[in-house]
Design a protein. Structure first.
Lengths: 185, 94
């Protein structure tokens, strides 16, 4: 009876259970990273604030808009595919992937500007966390772009559901990463 | 506007702009010797907006609006996480 109840609750999760296991594990890793960032910050608040001032909030805010818009297209793609509109679903996925590439391009320009200013991963604790956390996130964005293009090609609804869920996880991480790294004084 | 996805997307854009403006507003006032409590409140507001954005993504992009159990579970867990971040942030402001 209990097994049946547990099984029913797990079946309520939209999509594949394993993608949710992945989502939760990724949230835990990034969550620990952000918590560690804030904990280390307590030891040198002034240095963290000064370092943060080197970052461009408006650029990162614009990138947030790019990423959530990309997520919107991925979600729309799933809906279109469920309605049998394969061509439009594929276009939406390609659009989502293109926006993901825009995100990476903007991030790359940020890194280039940071490096030109002499701000590297070993400049101080802030920038160590900054490069590790945003770099790790960018790696997920890159993987997500590849997945979006893959599911645009192999567009079985289950593939799109799983691939879109991965992309939304990347979004989910960023909505916490952006304010913690860029906005909290 | 009946399309829930479209509404979710617009809400995410609005919340993102709001949190950025809040942070930039505090930045402007920091040089005017803003009370630390005001900066702390702004920080709480920024984390609150992050939680709101996360909830929109969970409910409408990841479709947890179809299951009350998981919707509540994830909302509760992320709320605890946001509170933990706030608890780590506040000591520097009070």
């Amino acid at each position: 009876m209990k097994h049946a109840q547990t099984s029913n609750i797990l079946e309520e999760l939209p999509g594949d259970l394993m993608i949710w296991v992945l989502i939760v594990s990724e949230l835990l890793v990034f969550g620990a990273g952000l918590a560690a960032f804030l904990a280390v910050r307590l030891g040198d608040v002034a240095s963290f604030a000064q370092s943060q001032d080197h970052l461009s909030r408006t650029t990162a805010a614009a990138n947030t808009a790019v990423l959530v818009s990309s997520g919107f297209l991925a979600a729309v793609a799933l809906r279109l595919r469920a309605r049998g509109k394969r061509a439009r679903a594929r276009l939406a996925l390609i659009g989502a992937a293109l926006l993901g590439i825009v995100f990476l391009a903007v991030k790359g320009l940020e890194y280039k500007a940071d490096a030109a200013a002499g701000l590297t991963i070993d400049t101080n604790a802030f920038f160590t966390f900054y490069y590790l956390l945003t770099g790790f996130h960018a790696a997920h964005v890159a993987a997500g772009v590849f997945i979006l293009l893959l599911i645009a090609w192999r567009d079985d609804p289950r593939n799109i559901e799983a691939g879109a869920a991965f992309w939304h996880m990347v979004d989910l991480v960023w909505v916490f990463l952006f304010p913690v790294i860029y906005l909290l004084r | 506007m009946q399309d829930k996805l479209l509404r979710a997307w617009i809400m995410l854009l609005v919340l993102s702009i709001a949190s950025t403006l809040l942070a930039m507003g505090i930045d402007r006032t920091v040089t005017l010797n803003t009370p630390e409590t005001l900066t702390a409140l702004a920080g709480a507001g920024i984390l609150g907006l992050a939680l709101a954005k996360a909830r929109v993504i969970l409910l409408y992009y990841l479709r947890l609006n179809t299951t009350a159990f998981w919707r509540r579970g994830f909302t509760f867990t992320l709320s605890i996480f946001a509170l933990a971040l706030l608890a780590l942030y506040l000591p520097s402001r009070i």
